[in-house]
Design a protein around this ligand. Sequence first.
Ligand code: BV8
Ligand code: ZN
Length: 253
Amino acid sequence: MTLPEDLVEKLGSARRVAVLTGAGFSAESGVPTFRDARTGLWARYRPEDLATPEAFARDPRSVWEWYAWRRDLIAKTQPHAGHRALLEMSRRVPIFTLITQNVDGLHERSGCAGVIELHGNLMRARCTMGCGEAPIPAAPEILPPPCPRCGRPLRPDVVWFGECLPADAVARAREAAGVCDVFLSVGTSTLVHPAGALPDAALEAGAAVLEVNPGETPFSRRATWSLRGKAGAVLPLLVDRIWKPTTQGRGDD
Ligand code: BV8
Ligand code: ZN
């Protein structure tokens, strides 16, 4: 893939960079995107129908089991070259903000710190009555397991459809999108809001926006650059082109 020269120059000289990732970023680690989550056991369910407070109120056990199935699947996955490229970028850019819609924790596992998790993290659980986060028992007898403090059911620590996102996370994400020089939108269809409005917010605030996605999205036509490719292939190419020429030929790692 040929990288646009102005992209290499703009990203290489950017002081502030913000990145938004979606489920497509985790696809190459083997985590099905929401659209593909209807595989095997859950083929008969629409994820949008399971990831809601109504579904949990109606059938807490099934919803808990769906998340337990996803947790087990994610525990067996590893970050890929795209995650490692973002970590490298975070070390090279003076002010770097990583915002994710993903709930799999793969960006943190790849070493990135301060990740803004707009939709929470399904590797964590919290009390339905507000006691806060609680450990997920290894083999709970009752599903969903009871809160160790009040006995009410635990729930996955994620934002369901129809629920508000954590206000502080949204504020930090909007702030980063509003001041960055370059915004990257990687692996997201931008269909889910309010996260999906961040690339446009960055554009309106004057940032140059790069979209990386093998497919077209509603945002593609507005992107400054729209690279048709996978996160695991395009991001390492970009990082090597901008920040690795200095180490090439000197035998550095
Ligand atoms: C809210 C956690 C206020 C749970 C998730 C109409 C317009 C605007 C908004 C709405 C609307 N109608 C309803 C709404 C609100 C709704 C919404 O946006 N609905 C959508 C479906 C229209 N939003 C909400 O409810 C949000 N809350 O608005 O609160 C409110 C309050 C009350 C009433 C109304 C509003 C809460 C949204 C958060 C939901 N929780 N996750 C869990 O995971 O179990 S969102 C979930 O879906 C995932 O987090 C994921 O990020 C997201 C999208 O799923 P996917 O399709 O899988 O991922 P993505 O969209 O990112 O697409 C994958 C992309 O990757 C594709 O483009 C593909 O081409 C690309 N790709 C594939 N492979 C690769 C790749 N890219 C790069 N490399 C690859 N290898
Ligand atoms: Zn409790």
